[in-house]
Design a protein around this ligand. Structure first.
Ligand code: ADP
Length: 272
């Protein structure tokens, strides 16, 4: 077995500087073999199902998963593969597109806050308020100063969520530029994937280095103790799914949700 294998992907610690260039998008845990990944992924999904049911019954805490990443980094695929075990009653996916006129007429957190999960539920953000410090900064729609102000607002907002009982799990799906080229080309070549292709994706791709820099800055500024970032190597899809399932299972286990106490004397009740 080569040394390269079995190396856990390096994870940033809360508060540390995140330079995406230092994280290998193809880093592997285990040997990356699908035969080994599937059983662990399935076991994690099964464990998550049970934990999520208890979270719902308990109704005291919520879990918010924030997914960010470049185009084609696999946010949709992650949701399809890793969240498949969740009962739709207790899990809600919210995608954030470019803001509409109504949303633009408010502060940038207005549309975000109203979508956070209720106690007992799991919310999944497919893109998030991080677009408001990344894509808008890449395009220079806001100044550096304004961006720093937003970082503070985001950190305060997330701290408030955590203090009020929502665990905030943030995952950046990290792909290489070359992997993005393959995935975009596949969208063009495969008639069943063509609907996903947008010309803007090519425009964003031209700005790849700037996106990576701006992302590194935002991830660093918001890599807080209460809501740290995970950098998920995402060039391999099975690998990516496995790592996210580990992160989520771990978060749910730490939340340790409990069934509420029974009504007194329930064991004596007979339904007639
Ligand atoms: P997907 O998330 O599947 O890529 P779209 O192709 O519709 O969905 O992309 C959503 C687009 O909306 C992205 O280009 C993203 O950068 C943009 N977007 C999301 N939030 C914001 C925001 N707050 N400000 C500007 N653009 C945003």
């Amino acid at each position: 077995m080569s040394e390269h294998h079995n190396h856990p992907p390096i994870q940033p610690t809360a508060g540390s500087v995140i330079d995406l260039a230092e994280f290998d998008p193809a880093s592997r845990t285990g040997d990356g073999n699908r035969d080994q990944i599937e059983p662990e992924l399935n076991a994690n999904i099964e464990a998550m199902e049970g934990l999520a049911s208890r979270l719902y019954a308990e109704s005291k805490q919520a879990l918010l998963l924030i997914l960010q990443g470049m185009d084609t980094s696999g946010k949709d695929g992650t949701i399809r593969n890793v969240m498949r075990g969740f009962n739709p009653l207790l899990c809600r996916v919210v995608p954030f597109k470019a803001p509409n006129e109504d949303e633009l007429a408010h502060d940038f957190l207005w549309r975000i806050h109203r979508q956070t999960p209720r106690r007992g539920q799991i919310g999944i953000f497919n893109r998030s308020h991080y677009e408001d410090v990344v894509v808008v900064r890449v395009r220079k729609w806001i100044s550096k100063k304004e961006c720093r102000r937003r970082y503070r607002i985001i950190n305060d907002f997330e701290r408030m969520l955590v203090r009020e009982g929502t665990v905030v799990v943030k995952c950046f799906l990290h792909i290489s530029k070359d992997e993005q080229r393959r995935r975009l080309q596949a969208r063009i070549d495969d008639p069943q994937k063509r609907w996903k292709f947008r010309r803007d994706d090519l425009e964003d791709r031209k700005l790849w280095p700037r996106f990576q820099r701006v992302y590194s800055d935002a991830l660093t500024a918001c890599n807080t103790r209460h809501a740290p970032w995970h950098i998920v190597p995402a060039d391999s899809k099975p690998q990516r799914d496995l790592i996210i399932s580990r992160i989520l299972r771990n978060a749910l286990e730490e939340m340790n949700p409990q069934y509420p106490p029974h009504i007194e004397g329930i064991d004596k009740i007979v339904v007639k």
